[in-house]
Each structure stands twice: as structure tokens, then as C-alpha cells.
Design a protein around this ligand. Sequence first.
Ligand code: SAH
Length: 394
Amino acid sequence: MSEITLKPGRERSVRQQHPWLFSGAIDHTSGDPKPGESVCVMSFSGEPLGWAAYSPMSQIRARMWSFDPNVCIDHEFINNRIRSAIQRRASYSGLTITDAYRLIHGESDGLPGLIVDRYGNYLVLQILSAGIEFHRDILIELLIAASGVSNLYERCDTEMRALEGLPERSGVIHGSPPPEHVTIHENGLRFQVDLLHGQKTGFYLDQRENRQKIRAYAQDAKILNCFCYTGGFSVFALAAGAESVVNIDSSADAIELARTNIELNRLPDKRNDWMVGDVFHELRKLRDRAESFDLIVLDPPKFAATFAQVDKAARGYKDINLLSFKLLKPGGTLFTFSCSGGVSPALFQKIVAGAALDAGVNAVILEKLGQASDHPIALNFPEGEYLKGLVCRI
Ligand code: SAH
């Protein structure tokens, strides 16, 4: 049995049941564990604290499996974790309304480093830790049995794997390969998703509840959807009776699929506009042309991957929010988001407040938004809260 022993006083985060153990907290390792192997975590005084997956290449040197030193990290243990995660999503199985959702959300579901998204009859896996990689074969077998879905595709083609010393990899794991586009149902609307090449595992499932929320603001509105990807917010807004939507994204493939998704739902496309471009530039062009909108959506990619990048990210958020406030008609509404883990909800609100001030508008917060409930936030893992949004009215 391999062990890692923590430095004096460094067991505090383990006692608070935080799942990450950073390399700096570890005094020594004994037993020469292989990457991903289970190790017993000991306090400096020799008290066993639980079990973790060892990751020698990573700054996060070990991820806690359990805070009970008496369990065994075996087939049954992993099966229980998978089944509880699936059980928590039981309410999503109204398959005609929504058949695309996150089945397993890593640390928050007690499976550190594992993402599993369901798209109809396909599961897409992302393995982001040495511990999950170590148990990959057994996980696949248990996932198929527990979910009843037998088509598994792997999108382990993210750079994040390098942090764990894992190679990038993608392809069919089991069952049939996905078609070029899989059609999913989300709250009664349909979307084509590219599971092979799309961003993340194909679709921004975390925004599902917020796309649904936009319906209430969209009727007869002239809308600007910035960072539109495959048209999620646009489809929901048009279905709720929006007058027109201007869509901007830097990805031509995403814009093409967004147009397909409007057509797929038989929504009017005559008054819509499509721009492949950089939102930072396009917002300035719209301002210079004195355009104005009733509703603007800002859903940018992650500007800050780490805390070190927060200042730069803050400048980016301020810029696009300021320009958007200027582009709103009096009484207009801004749906603004940040998915940067390093930017807290309080900081984000402060940035948006600064943007309103500099734009010379008074704004109130109508709603505070977050990630969909199939992306749960475990209380012992606050890092799991990454998506925050504000609905502001000027
Ligand atoms: N709201 C979308 C998800 C947006 S994800 C939905 O509900 O599905 C962020 C998008 O921003 C991606 O599609 C990415 O291609 C795009 N993007 C990233 N940087 C950009 C930039 N500078 N200008 C325009 N689009 C950008």
C-alpha cells in the first residue's frame, strides 16, 4: 500500500473535505505509487485521513476519492459514485423535452476529473485526471450498465490533460460512432450538435436554464447575441417571438450550425444577421454606426483560466459590458456572463457595475444566474461554481 504524508498542519483542507491536495502540502510519499493509483493520505502525526488518486506530474498531486480511511477504492465504490450521480439527474429524463445534459460533473459528483455528457443516445467522456485514467476500463463498463446508453465517444483532446501528464486522445470507445451531427432536444427546441469537433463536448449544456430564461425577455425584441456559438440563446429568443437577432462569433463553423439550428426549429431568419468576427471589434463597429438593441447577450469564453489572469480578464469583461450598455435602448436588458473560475460572482458584479458607471447608465439587477443544476456545486468544492450571470435592466 502506498501512502502520502502531509506536512504538519496541512491536513486542514482534507478535514474540511476539499478534494485537492497540492504538491506543496505533501511531506513525503512512500511505496512508489504509479500515476492514478490509490494512495492512503496520512497526517504528519500518522493518522489516516482517507484515500486519494496519485498524480505525480500535476500540481494537484492527489485528488481525494474518500475521506473515510476504511473504504476500498474498488469496482463497487466507483459503481456507487456513478449510480448516485445518474440518480441525481433522474428529473432530466423527460427525454422528449431535454435529452442532453451532464451526467457526471467531476469533483462535485465525487468522481474527480471525470466529465460525462449525455446527448440522446450518445455519451461523451472527458477524462481530466490521472486517477480517472487509471480506472478507465472499469468506468466505461460501469457507465454503460448504469446509464443504459451504449454509444460512448471520448473527447480527451483538451490541453488540460497535459497538466496531469496525459496524452490527448479522442475517438469511439464503445458502440456506434456518432453521425456528423446529433440532434438533441432542449426544453422543446432542437439543436444539431457536432460531438466530434464542437467546443467542450459539443454544446454548452451549462447554459440550458439561462437559455430558457431568455424567453421571458425576448418577445418583439431586437437582440444582439455576442459569442453566439451554435445559436442557443438565439433559437430560444426567436421561439419566444423576438423581432430579430444579430449573431456574432469568431467561429465560422459555429455560425453555420447556428443558422442550421434556426432552420431546424422553423424559426424566421429573414431579419437576422450573422457575423463571423471578433466581438471586441464588432461591438465598436455597431457603436460607430449608432445601432441600438432591446436585449444583448454576452456569453464570452473563459477569459481567466487561473487567478494570475484575473486582472486581464477583468479588463476584457469591462470592455464588452461597457460597449453593450452603450448599445442598449433605454429600458433595454443585458444578459451578461462569466465562466472564468478565477472571477468570483462578487468581482463580476463589481466589473459590470464599473462598466455601467463608465457607460453613463443606471442599471438594476433583475436576476442573478448560474450554471444549470446538472452541473452541481458541492459545498466542499467551491471551485465548482464557475458560471455566473446577471440580467441587468437600464
Ligand atoms: N452562448 C453559447 C455559448 C458561447 S461559448 C451557447 O449558449 O451555446 C463562447 C463562444 O465565443 C464560442 O463559440 C467561441 O467561438 C466564441 N468566441 C471566442 N472568442 C471570441 C471573440 N473574441 N469574438 C467572437 N467570438 C468569440
